[in-house]
Design a protein around this ligand. Structure first.
Ligand code: GDP
Ligand code: IMO
Ligand code: MG
Length: 428
């Protein structure tokens, strides 16, 4: 029995969906605890590709309990679309439950997300435009509408009235936007969603704590990544929630003494979508090759992902912030064919070499990566099923990557498929 928190150790899209699906085999319950449909988690099972935004990636097994915790923000239309997609694929979803404390995303959140990005111009964050930031802003300002209110017709009518009046003023007077929200139309629409989602609403905290107390295996599936964390990421180029491991406790309603293990997911290189600093970013042919071979285009927005070398400064930072017990290194296969591989071991800045990730964006902008080089390999590794079958240079690269990151490797990904996963140690 154990409770494991799985998090992104970089800027998101590390392969959390794939590793969650892999570990979910032995889990009884899989829980999302933050973020919303800014997340896009891909799971490939045989020839079928599933892109999940809100529902935990363990859903594909059918019989596992899947929970959406209070820390998640929910766009009901997206959630219903996702449920439909799963039903069409023959996946059972009757064991999905949603916290009544989770906040709901409304059209005005999406409008404000767009308006704010436009207003910021060249200073924009490059958000997913899904209304995530504005929904969390309302939550913190104590004017949000939760699932509990969504499924109560009277509450919804009253709270939506107040919200729409205020947001329409904000759109017109602050952002000079022509967009206005039609209260009656949104109320009708959301009453329809409420009817369909009401059967799924249940006390998630109670379910999680019961499962752990009964000795079940619980897996918490983080969204985004450590460097997109509101507190610990490259602020303000971050998301508005806490993708770090400790947020599993607040985002699902359990205490830190209940968590046994934390696993960080990291690509064998690194990517970022949207704006913000990225010390090891490559603007050359290698960067283009990583983007092409790794199909580095956003799962949610389709935007090209910026690519760069693996950054051990970031890995050590993620290990500290999340208390990582082990790493899952994904997309090792994408590095095949490159003559020389590089790992960033420090940043040269103002005449000294930094080994800790700086908090100042100005300082980060002046940082030049210091690299160690490793020989590459040419053998196709996508059919490898055992770590020891990997080419010696691939094992050498991984061994140094683990040492430089200060965290042992538990899982290696050699392709997008469920079976293209090498387990170096059992986690459950
Ligand atoms: P997430 O947001 O962290 O779940 O990651 P995404 O699903 O957004 O992006 C990861 C992409 O890499 C997806 O297209 C996965 O199918 C793919 N992927 C995951 N692991 C591997 C791997 O080991 N090798 C390759 N080639 N692709 C992988
Ligand atoms: P998964 O779970 C990668 C990025 C956006 C933008 C910033 C803020 O698939 O790893 P937001 O819409 O959250 O306000 O955007 O965060 N971002 C992600 N990047 N993967 C994600 O999720 C992301 N979710 C948000 O690109 O830079
Ligand atoms: Mg993703």
């Amino acid at each position: 029995m154990s409770a494991i928190v799985l998090i992104g150790a970089q800027w998101g899209d590390e392969g959390k969906g794939k590793v969650t699906d892999f570990l979910a085999r032995k889990a009884d319950m899989i829980v999302r605890y933050q973020g919303g449909n800014n997340a896009g988690h891909t799971v490939v099972v045989d020839d079928r590709v599933f892109k999940l935004h809100l529902i935990p990636s363990g859903i594909l097994y059918g019989e596992k309990q899947c929970l959406i915790g209070n820390g998640v923000v929910i766009d009901p239309a997206v959630l219903l679309e996702e449920l439909d997609m799963l039903h069409q694929q023959g996946v059972a979803t009757d064991r999905l439950r949603i916290s009544p404390r989770a906040h709901v995303i409304f059209p005005h959140h999406r409008s404000i997300d767009r308006a704010e990005e436009e207003y910021k111009g060249s200073g924009k964050i490059g958000t997913t435009n899904r209304g995530i930031g504005p929904a969390y802003t309302d939550k913190a300002a104590r004017v949000g509408i939760r699932m509990a209110e969504l499924v109560d017709q009277e509450d919804l009518a009253e709270k939506l009235r107040t919200a729409v009046d205020f947001k329409n003023r904000q759109l017109a007077e602050l952002y000079r936007s022509a967009e206005q929200i039609d209260y009656t139309q949104v109320l009708d629409e959301y009453n329809g969603y409420a009817q369909k989602l009401a059967p799924y609403v249940a006390d998630v905290s109670l379910l999680v704590n019961d499962a752990i107390d009964r000795g079940q295996n619980v897996l918490f599936e983080g969204a985004q990544g450590t460097l997109l964390d509101l507190d610990h990421g490259t602020y303000p180029y971050v998301t508005s929630s806490h993708p770090v491991a400790s947020a599993a406790c607040t985002g699902a309603g359990l205490g830190p003494t209940k968590i046994d293990q934390t696993i960080g997911i990291a690509k064998a290189y690194i990517t970022r979508v949207g704006e913000g600093p990225f010390p090891t970013e490559l603007h050359d042919a290698v960067g283009a090759a990583l983007q092409e071979r790794g199909f580095e285009f956003g799962t949610t927005t389709g935007r090209p992902r910026r690519c760069g070398w693996y950054d051990a400064v970031i890995a050590r930072y993620a290990a500290r912030i999340n208390g990582l017990g082990c790493l899952a290194v994904t997309k090792l296969d994408v590095l095949t064919g490159l003559d020389t591989l590089k790992i960033c071991v420090g940043y040269e800045c103002d005449g000294e070499v930094l080994t800790e990730f700086p908090y100042s964006l100005k300082k980060l902008a002046r940082c030049k990566p210091v690299y160690r080089e490793f020989p590459g390999w040419r053998e196709d590794i996508t059919a490898v099923t055992d770590y020891n079958q990997l080419p010696a240079n691939a094992r050498n690269y991984l061994q140094h990557l683990a040492e430089l990151s200060g965290v042992p490797i538990a899982i290696v990904g050699v392709g997008p498929g469920r079976k293209q996963t090498l387990a170096l140690r059992d986690l459950f």
